[in-house]
Design a protein around this ligand. Sequence first.
Ligand code: AMP
Length: 277
Amino acid sequence: MKIVATRAELAAWRDACGGKTLGFVPTMGYLHEGHFSLVRESRGANDLTAVSIFVNPTQFGPTEDLARYPRDFESDRRNLEALGVDLLYAPDARDMYGEGTETWVVNRGSCDILCGRSRPGHFDGVLTVVLKLFQRTRPTRAYFGKKDYQQFVLIRRMAQDLDLPVEVLGRPTVRLPSGLALSSRNSYLTHGELEAAPALHRTLAEMRRRAHSREETRVEALTHWGRQTLEASGFKVDYLEIRAAETLSERAVAGDACVALAAAYLGKTRLIDNLEF
Ligand code: AMP
């Protein structure tokens, strides 16, 4: 596995790839089985696989966890090497942004709903860095987890709107047997919070069961029940919504092609999860 830290080295490596197909998995590091599943998917479908590790400052708000975001480069490097990754790009903020950026990628359609409403500017940072990573890496296919469902929808939309020559693919969320979605931020949870955390997935799954069985299909009633259940399990709910799976537009009735999305705090830690109906 070749490791590069600068865009110049990355460009040289990419130029030497010739006509080979390249799969790309962008990450913020502290890698787990969720990330590895994307890497395996890419390895299976492309001649070469590149992974990036970059904790992107522009997607963190001023009061968010940028400084304490978990990092373990040595462990990440070993794991990616063992998975057969061809290239690891691990730049610093100077290599990524130079003196800073004045130009941003902004989605004006659905950037202020769900996570975009609670984290103003978050998706501007995400879309901008992902476009820059695409420009530098020039992948054939790029792999994203549906764990970050809104992020995946917005990146797919960016590729479509801006004619990017890359296939954007979303892959299923990897979970613990308890149902808890794997996340680098799970490392913030105390022992007690870890025991409470699977209630997030359980609640979404029960909402889906009720909708599928036609016991309750009104979005208003389903989300009201879900919010109360989460609060009773110790969560402070940021949002819990059911929306159209393709576009994230609002729905009054839950049916097929819907997705339930939630963000909720356990103590100081904000967890997100979602479930497609
Ligand atoms: P992150 O390092 O959190 O920025 O995540 C990098 C990529 O891994 C994103 O596309 C995430 O959606 C994806 N990812 C994170 N957690 C999971 C998970 N539990 N299952 C599948 N993909 C995930």
